[in-house]
Design a protein around this ligand. Structure first.
Ligand code: SF4
Length: 508
């Protein structure tokens, strides 16, 4: 189904995290705190990327599930809310793997080898053998994660926009290769990522062993901050220091009130405040934020089955949304699970053909969330698949033009039904067609088709073209009058076209 037929009231956002265990303050300020805020404005999907973890940690998967649960508990404790967002585990939604496989078919190897993090990570993680296929292909899996939900935005820090760009290129490549609009190109949503250094003054990272945990108990946080490096500032307490160069100063900037920031900065620069006191104040500020998160985590840990069940339910919800996309993607690759267009090559009895006019049996035409425009956009290809007799060959050119075997150009258009007057209105582009196929779906979801040779519309059509501006579409109406159907092109004298109903001769 075209994307335009899927309605959504809020823009969709997707982001994920690798399960590396309990989160630290850097993870919180760099991503999670922003996600919590996004929940009120966007339709959010947040997933724990356990398959991504295996691209580098495949040799020892023993902690994958525990790490997954640890991340989930920290997310929930920090305020991600399953009532507002969909919070799920990547590997529980098998469609991620399916889309990864299909996108892998169209992704040039060169794209992957050029991804900057590919070589970087191989060097940084030299203790691991990263010459595996899964690691090379992880950007395809990442593009699949995003495109599967047709997300409009991906929240990232400034340094991660290259990943979103690769996803955009993948979407563009698929859309143009198969002349489809399945995937919107997502945009990076830049979110604040304040500088937060670890206890040793380097970037806060588990691999440096310098983190302060988001759900660490207060005494442990206090001990870590008390022993925190000042980056060479104020070796003697009588010396003035520069809080901009000190990791404790960074903590204040992120967690303290403006008044306390000003007070500690002044105290540091004038050597009127001891580092010890400055660190105690920093601990209070950090714990004012992390304390309630710690308490919530303890509460969640006391009923771990409930938390896990919630993740499983949310993963089912995510899979339902993912499946919507996959229906369209499978169709693009000729893999849809229904018989679909292939049916056309095997014919049908007249009775069967007539039954196919009842659109109530097709999900596409009964889903309440589809707009009438969205359904009508789909109707011509449905007609081609299910109603046109198999003996008649219509080819659809790459530019979407329909041609008969004798190269006649065909317009196939669905009318908008006007309930009160029993009319269908069409808007026809000012292009030359030898045959018009007018598709009329009524309020009972019953379909009638009329196939008009050129002589039925050419004169009023030419007249209308002279009157209307070049880009304006020509209004055409079809009115049911008792058992008769009357056609009027741009308010021309009505012509009876009842006999042209299911008249496939002009298409031969
Ligand atoms: S007073 Fe605070 S900011 Fe200044 S060096 Fe000491 S710990 Fe760092």
């Amino acid at each position: 189904m075209p994307e335009s037929a899927i309605s959504s009231s809020r823009p969709r956002v997707l982001s994920g995290m690798r399960p590396t265990g309990k989160l630290h303050l850097g993870n919180y300020m760099g991503a999670l705190a922003n996600w919590v805020k996004l929940q009120d404005e966007y339709e959010c999907y947040f997933f724990i990327a356990d398959w991504h973890a295996l691209t580098t940690d495949y040799a020892d998967p023993s902690r994958v599930k525990l790490n997954t649960l640890d991340v989930a508990l920290d997310w929930l404790a920090a305020g991600l809310d399953a009532e507002k967002s969909t919070i799920f585990i990547q590997s529980h939604v098998l469609q991620h793997a399916e889309l990864n496989l299909l996108l892998g078919m169209i992704t040039p190897l060169g794209w992957l080898e050029r991804v900057p993090t590919y070589k970087e990570q191989q060097e940084n993680l030299s203790s691991k053998d990263l010459t595996n296929f899964g690691f090379l292909g992880y950007p395809v899996l990442m593009a699949s994660d995003i495109l599967l939900y047709q997300a409009q935005y991906v929240p990232v820090g400034q340094d991660q926009s290259a990943h979103v760009e690769l996803t955009r290129e993948t979407a563009r490549r698929l859309n143009s290769m198969y002349k489809t609009t399945v995937f919107p190109e997502p945009d990076a949503l830049f979110t604040p990522s304040p500088k937060l250094t670890g206890t040793d003054g380097r970037k806060m990272s588990k691999s440096y062993g310098n983190t302060i945990g988001l759900t660490e108990a207060k005494p442990s946080v206090a001990a870590k901050i008390a022993s925190m490096s000042t980056n060479g500032q104020r070796i003697r307490q009588s010396d003035p220091g520069d809080p901009d160069l000190c990791p404790v100063g960074d903590l204040h900037k992120v967690f303290s009130s403006p008044d306390l920031i000003a007070e500690t900065q002044k105290g540091c620069r004038t050597a009127s405040m001891r580092c010890e006191f400055c660190k105690v104040e920093a601990t209070k500020s950090v714990c004012a934020v992390t304390g309630p998160i710690y308490d919530k985590r303890m509460q969640l840990e006391s009923n771990i089955e409930q938390a896990w069940e919630m993740l499983r339910e949310q993963s089912v919800k995510a899979a339902t949304r993912a499946e919507e996309t996959m229906l369209a993607v499978r169709d693009v690759f000729g893999l849809s699970h229904d018989l679909g267009a292939v049916k056309r090559y095997f014919g049908a009895s007249e009775e069967e053909l007539n039954q196919r006019r009842d659109l109530n049996q097709y999900k596409t035409f009964t889903e309440a969330r589809c707009s009438e425009d969205g359904v009508n956009a789909f109707l011509p290809s449905h007609w081609l698949t299910y109603l046109l007799p198999k003996e008649i060959a219509i080819t659809v050119e790459p530019d979407e033009t329909w041609l008969t075997s004798k190269k006649k150009r065909v317009l196939a258009a669905a009318g908008t039904y006007g309930v009160d007057e029993g009319t269908w209105s069409f808007e026809v582009p000012q292009k030359s067609y030898e045959v018009w196929v007018l598709l009329c779906r009524d309020d009972k979801n019953w379909l009638e088709d009329f196939i008009l040779p050129q002589k039925y519309f050419s004169q009023p059509f030419a007249k209308a073209k002279k009157i209307l501006k070049k880009n304006e579409k020509i209004p055409v109406s079809l009115r049911k009058d008792g058992e008769r159907f009357l056609l009027s092109v741009h308010a021309s004298e009505p012509v009876d076209i009842t006999d042209l109903q299911s008249n496939y001769g002009p298409l031969e």
